[in-house]
Write a protein that binds this ligand. Structure first.
Ligand code: 2AM
Length: 177
């Protein structure tokens, strides 16, 4: 199964991103917008993992989360990654980004026995559109309204592709209060 660990976004953030689809449309000749229900911030992509390793992944998630405090993030500026078919457009985050990096680092470290990462580089981002042909650098687009939220849990998702991508929640681990 294809799995990854991510942070879910509150509805207010998802709605604000939705409102800003027009910014993407205004600055791209073409793009494929991610459906609102699928928006998330990935902490650790595990890829294909045998189902019998799932319990171990959940245990490691619980251990890491139990030692990390809730953290506050906020929506920030637009950014881009180069991809095969143009660019990925993403929304960056502000706030407790150092703590977020530490959380991702701990997950990465803890999950080494599940998959050996090819060097750790974590760029916190919420992917909003793919296959974009951009006219102007997203760093220069008008950013969405700043919305802050508290991250209370990390979520293990299974990604299933059947005509479209569907994410299923497999596990939730609570951060400490
Ligand atoms: P993305 O948002 O930058 O596309 C589910 O596919 C999640 O896992 C997405 O958030 C995606 O990141 C991430 N993901 C998919 N393939 C990946 C890969 N090879 N390396 C890192 N993250 C990946």
């Amino acid at each position: 199964m294809r799995i990854f660990i991510a942070i879910d976004l509150p509805n207010a953030v998802k709605r604000e991103i939705e409102k800003n689809h027009k910014t993407i449309a205004a600055n791209c000749r073409k793009s494929r917008i991610i459906s609102t229900g699928n928006l998330h911030l990935t902490l650790k992509f595990l890829g294909e993992v045998e189902e019998n390793r799932l319990e171990r992944v959940k245990r490691i998630m619980n251990e890491v989360a139990a030692n990390v405090q809730r953290l506050e993030l906020s929506t920030a500026n637009w950014g881009k990654f180069k991809s095969r078919k143009g660019h990925i457009i993403w929304l960056g985050v502000g706030g407790a980004v150092n703590e977020l990096r530490q959380l991702a680092q701990r997950l990465n470290q803890g999950l080494k026995s599940i998959n050996e990462p090819a060097g750790f580089s974590f760029q916190p981002h919420i992917t909003v559109a793919r296959d974009a042909l951009i006219d102007k650098d997203p760093a220069d687009w008008k950013p969405p309204a700043k919305i802050s939220w508290v991250v209370r849990q990390i979520i293990l998702y299974e990604s299933v592709y059947h005509k479209r991508t569907i994410y299923y929640v497999k596990h939730r681990s609570e951060l400490t209060n």
